[in-house]
Unconditional design. Structure first.
Lengths: 330, 492
């Protein structure tokens, strides 16, 4: 690098020395991974079934819907936004997929994704043009979309999706569940978008300092709208997987999904303030929650207790993570 | 007896010795300057004095008593108040609520708003600040917010008041006000520790002076025994060549920017001036005169209600910064941390941001081109950092500002707008920026320079346009202009 010369300037307290900074970054990047591995070791020691290939694939299959949603959520949170409507978008997508069954699998798929994309775009459009906080906009959207779904389906589940789509929800490719493959491919695509494209760069800039981004010529509103579109699309993909798996469309399917997705993103180290974090963290966050669910099931812990343990462990994981970054940073 | 004595204070952070055996003393009621380049350790020392950070070694004496504050509130209770460069005010609360934050007066379980309001008004009157105490602090100008900060520290009857670069954001008129406040407080027996980059105020205002360099205290002397050059030399440890580059020959290039009768929704009422290629035009005015708004309008951030802006003779009506950038304009904004940089991102990611499009293919960043371009910019501007991957928040002020300039180096702009380009930058680095601005002008770019430092305007500009209350009040060639003559144009 042409610009070496070590800097004696980093002396004052508010600035970190490069050395200290690198340590913090290391902890932020790998701290949660360490916690995740610790959990896996605990699981392996507590149950002989945990490490069987069948069980591991099962974990990945179970997390794929939350995982897909969390990918989109990562984009939105990185721009310092939030999307509470993902569960409702997912539900509406399942209804569209089931409702379009008579027109064949392609129309069914395309229709489902179009509905999801349109909802995401609407979130972004209202947030940016109306200058309303995304929390409010997507909270309203969350409620309204459930209403749309109930009105459309008359409150009843719509049974049956095109037969060929069932493969997405229940099929396997080389032994690996198709929905897990979909999640992995989408995760890789998201990493590429965030790390390698101009759009990804702009996402971090907008989330890190929206004013500096605007003054650098970044089309701030467009970056945000696209993030909500991606969030809608990913929730829609989750909806397709779910409809294919359950063979129904239903207006209340995605209840609580937004919180699972946000938890996965935050556990993965992405800051709710925006501008810091990434997909790699989200993947670990998703898997951590998946392994935790799996472990609690393998140990036959009652369902109510599971919720308590799950909630506590999510907070503890983030707490340990924050403590590590702080104490090593000094 | 000394009001404050610092004995052998040291502080080490991982990998860097921030302070090394700092020692000095200041007498009661004196104004004691603390000077040194960025990174000399002033901020760390202030944090130790104010209880935010604990020293590794050494001791502090306050009026001869041992003083070892464990927190800023303990320091305040002992009579040591600090006004940081970044204010600790809450924008959503009003002036009274801010002044009494954490020390609210309670009467029968409820807030005693009336007495607090009266007290706040009295404090602001004492320092001659005509601010409505019911206004929300977020609606006040930077200068007004600083006055609120001073009033806030007076409210706790401070014995020692530490001011971290209080003048960095003030125009000359407000500076006079600040001087008066400082002198008044010192005559009342308050000891003031005054951190500054401006030579003028050290000599006008301060009694004694401690020079810091690379974490050490170089010397402490009465200001009267020092000359300006001697002080600069102590700070930078080398002799400075002339601060400003030689004047360029008068600009005869084509007119790049022409502003005629500009009126905006706020502040700006009637502004007319032009900038030629190869010319630096300075906009002089007090804070709030409308200078920044003019820059914002040219950059597509304000609605023009009357008048006209032309660029290369064409009507220029940008709706957004991206359109202004596409039209060939670059902006170094007023506040580098809030507007110039994404602090959590690396040098590389910041420096490339405005010109990302040019190194992308099908939306994908071509990392080889990116690295080359960033390396070139860093070399050109002599950015000092261990790698381009470190986040800009780890850099010193001068290096951060170099990155802000660097953002535009790869852009083929014809007009560069500089809003307070050397604010909070140390003396040595300032000279570098002046040389850079001169080079840019000599290469045929038009430069619009906004600055609250009159010597900077006179030293750098070809012509100076005076602005007062949103109206142009005069225009003068910089050659032959004096601070007094410029002040005549802009003072109320």
């Amino acid at each position: 690098m042409a610009i070496v010369e070590s800097l004696s300037n980093a002396a004052s307290g508010e600035r970190f020395s490069n050395h200290a900074y690198r340590r913090i970054e290391l902890v932020q990047r790998y701290g949660i991974l360490a916690i995740f591995l610790l959990l896996c070791v605990t699981a392996a020691l507590s149950s002989p079934f945990f490490l069987t290939p069948e069980n591991l694939l099962n974990v990945v299959r179970q997390v794929s819907v939350v995982g897909l949603t969390a990918l989109g959520m990562t984009f939105v949170i990185l721009t310092a936004g939030i999307d509470l409507s993902v569960g409702s978008i997912l539900a509406l997508t399942t209804l569209a997929v089931a409702g379009l069954k008579p027109y064949g699998p392609v129309a069914s798929l395309a229709g489902g994704l179009a509905v999801a994309l349109a909802c995401g775009w609407l979130n972004g459009f209202i947030t940016t043009k109306g200058r309303i906080q995304p929390f409010i906009v997507t909270l309203g959207m969350m409620t309204a979309l459930v209403g749309v779904g109930l009105a459309y389906s008359d409150g009843q589940p719509v049974i049956g999706v095109p037969v060929s789509l069932g493969w997405i929800g229940r099929g396997r490719l080389g032994g690996v569940p198709v929905q897990a493959i979909l999640f992995i491919l989408m995760a890789l695509a998201s990493i590429v978008i965030l790390k390698k494209t101009r759009y990804g760069r702009h996402v971090y800039a907008v989330g890190g300092n929206v004013e500096a981004a605007r003054l650098s010529g970044v089309a701030v509103d467009r970056v945000r709208v696209i993030a909500y579109c991606l969030s809608g699309l990913f929730a829609g993909l989750g909806g397709i997987v779910m409809a294919a798996q359950l063979n129904i469309g239903e207006a209340n399917l995605g209840k609580g999904l937004e919180l699972d997705a946000i938890a996965a993103v935050v556990v993965g180290g992405t800051s709710l303030a925006g501008g810091a974090g990434g997909i790699d963290g989200t993947i670990i966050g998703v898997l951590l929650i998946g392994v935790l669910n799996n472990l609690l099931n393998l140990l036959n812990i009652p369902a109510y207790t599971q919720l308590i343990v799950k909630g506590a462990i999510i907070v503890i994981a983030v707490l340990i993570h924050a403590q590590l970054s702080r104490s090593r940073g000094r | 007896m000394n009001a404050l004595e610092v004995r052998g204070i040291s502080k080490t952070y991982p990998g860097v010795r921030a302070l090394d055996q700092i020692a000095f003393a200041c007498s009661k009621g004196s104004v004691h300057a603390l000077v040194g380049e960025n990174g000399a350790g002033k901020s760390t020392l202030i944090k130790i004095l104010s209880g935010a950070v604990a020293p590794d070694e050494g001791e502090l004496l306050l009026d001869g008593q041992a003083y070892a504050p464990q927190s800023p509130s303990e320091a305040a209770a002992a009579g040591v108040s600090t006004i940081y460069q970044e204010f600790n005010l809450i924008p959503g609360l009003n002036v009274v609520e801010n002044i009494f934050l954490g020390r609210e007066r309670i009467e029968k379980g409820l807030l005693d708003s009336r007495s607090m309001r009266k007290e706040a008004q009295a404090l602001l009157e004492r320092i001659g600040a005509p601010i409505d105490v019911r206004r929300r602090v977020g609606t006040l100008s930077v200068a007004e917010q600083q006055l609120v900060e001073i009033a806030k520290s007076l409210a706790v009857s401070a014995r020692v008041l530490i001011m971290d670069e209080p003048s960095a954001t003030l125009s000359d008129h407000e500076l006079t006000l600040l001087y008066n406040v400082v002198r008044k407080l010192s005559s009342e027996g308050v000891t003031i520790i005054y951190v500054s980059h401006r030579m003028d105020e050290i000599f006008d205002l301060c009694d004694t002076c401690t020079v810091m360099k690379d974490g050490r205290s170089v010397c402490t002397r009465p200001v009267a025994e020092l000359s300006r050059d001697a002080l600069i030399q102590l700070m930078v440890g080398r002799e400075l060549d002339t601060r400003f580059p030689d004047k360029r020959p008068p600009g005869t290039g084509e007119i790049v920017l022409e502003v005629e009768g500009l009126r905006l929704e706020q502040r700006v009422r009637d502004i007319t001036f032009s900038v030629r290629a190869g010319e630096v035009v300075g906009l002089a005015g007090l804070v709030g005169a409308g200078r920044t708004e003019v820059a914002r309008a040219i950059f597509g951030l304000e609605n023009v209600t009357a008048g006209r802006i032309s660029l290369h003779g064409q009507r220029h009506r940008p709706q957004s910064p991206s359109q202004a950038i596409a039209a060939g304009i670059a902006l170094v904004p007023e506040d580098r941390k809030l507007q110039g940089l994404v602090l959590g991102l690396s040098i590389r990611e910041n420096a490339i941001l405005p010109t990302l499009r040019s190194i992308c293919r099908f939306g994908f960043v071509e990392s080889r081109k990116e690295r080359q371009q960033v390396a070139k910019v860093c070399k050109q501007l002599a950015v000092s950092a261990s790698s381009v991957e470190v986040p800009v928040m780890t850099l010193s002020g001068g290096n951060q500002q170099k990155v802000v300039f660097g953002k535009w180096m790869a852009h083929s702009y014809s007009l560069l707008i500089l809003d307070e380009p050397t604010r909070g930058v140390d003396v040595g680095a300032k000279t570098e920026f002046y040389r850079l601005i001169d080079e840019i002008a000599r290469s045929g770019k038009a430069v619009l320079l906004i600055s609250s430092e009159l010597p900077e305007l006179i030293g750098m500009a070809d012509r100076i346009v005076g602005v007062r209350d949103g109206v142009v009040t005069g225009e003068a060639m910089a050659l032959g202009a004096t601070e007094e003559s410029v002040l005549q144009m802009i003072a109320r």
